[in-house]
Design a protein around this ligand. Structure first.
Ligand SMILES: Nc1ncnc2c1ncn2[C@@H]1O[C@H](COP(=O)(O)OP(=O)(O)OP(=O)(O)O)[C@@H](O)[C@H]1O
Ligand SMILES: [Mg+2]
Length: 242
């Protein structure tokens, strides 16, 4: 049994079949990478997994339990954590306060939540940022805070939506070990990225979405050679070599 199983899930928005009969699974401690051109349905797939949108078809299970119609809050409590493609921290709060918000999902005492938030930041090697306002941080630091906030919900599986987007090469190399650190905590990860090389360097396996359909999956070396994948990327700004 896989930790997260998605079977034949679809989502249509008006005339757009955003996700079309997609099945995938993620095992415990595994990093699954997702690539695909703009509009391929990647973020929609994350929204279906977290429950912010409901699938039209199929089934989603977490640790063997059917969560297809479970509310987003209950899915979060059951262990599905995420970051957002557009980072949206509370700018006028400190880093520690930002991490406290999701900690309060599990802990209702404020002092305890603060201790947990600071402990998590220290564990992640960014304890010195705790008392800074988020508005003072660089984008790379904010990305790390986003991951810390998602981790604070104590996920079993963490969905990372383009955490590397907007970072320069050096910053990407700073943030990537962070992803491995998360996995080292025993957390499974599904990671969407346009930066194919960076993604494949940390992923155990990748899948490719194109126009809502899963067109290839497997080890990155094989997948990136797949003619269907190369075809999907022709004319794309971020081509498959990116
Ligand atoms: N809430 C929505 N209402 C209507 N259409 C939507 C909605 N969300 C997504 N779509 C459409 O569904 C398709 C898939 O969008 P999605 O955001 O999942 O793509 P993506 O693969 O994440 O793209 P990107 O790489 O640009 O982030 C697009 O055509 C998009 O316009
Ligand atoms: Mg997206």
């Amino acid at each position: 049994m896989s930790l997260l199983e998605i079977e034949n899930v679809s989502k249509r928005f008006g005339g757009v079949q955003a996700v079309d009969d997609v099945s995938l699974h993620v095992d415990e401690g595994e990093i699954l990478g997702i690539i695909g051109p703009n509009g391929a349905g990647k973020t929609t797939l994350f929204n279906l997994i977290t429950g912010t949108i409901r699938s039209d078809t199929g089934k989603i299970s977490l640790a063997g339990a059917d969560i297809t119609t479970t509310s987003p809050t209950k899915r979060a409590r059951a262990g599905i954590g995420r970051t957002f493609q557009v980072v949206r921290p509370f700018l006028r709060m400190t880093v520690a306060e930002n991490v406290m918000v999701p900690v309060l999902v599990h802990t209702h005492k404020v002092s305890e939540a603060r201790n947990k938030a600071v402990a998590l930041l220290e564990e992640l090697g960014i304890g010195k940022l705790a008392d800074l306002d988020v508005s003072q941080l660089t984008l790379a630091q904010r990305k790390r805070i986003e991951v810390a906030r998602a981790l604070a919900t104590e996920p079993k599986v963490l969905l990372l939506d383009e955490v590397l987007a907007g970072l320069n090469n050096r910053e990407v190399l700073d943030v990537l070990p962070f992803v491995n650190q998360v996995r080292a905590r025993g957390i499974s990860i599904i990671m969407i990225e346009h930066l194919v090389k960076a993604l494949t360097s940390v992923s155990d396996r990748i899948i490719v979405l194109d126009q809502g359909t899963l067109i290839a999956q497997g080890k990155s070396d094989d997948v990136l050679k797949d003619p269907a994948v190369i075809k999907a990327y022709i004319g794309e700004e971020d081509n498959v070599e990116g």
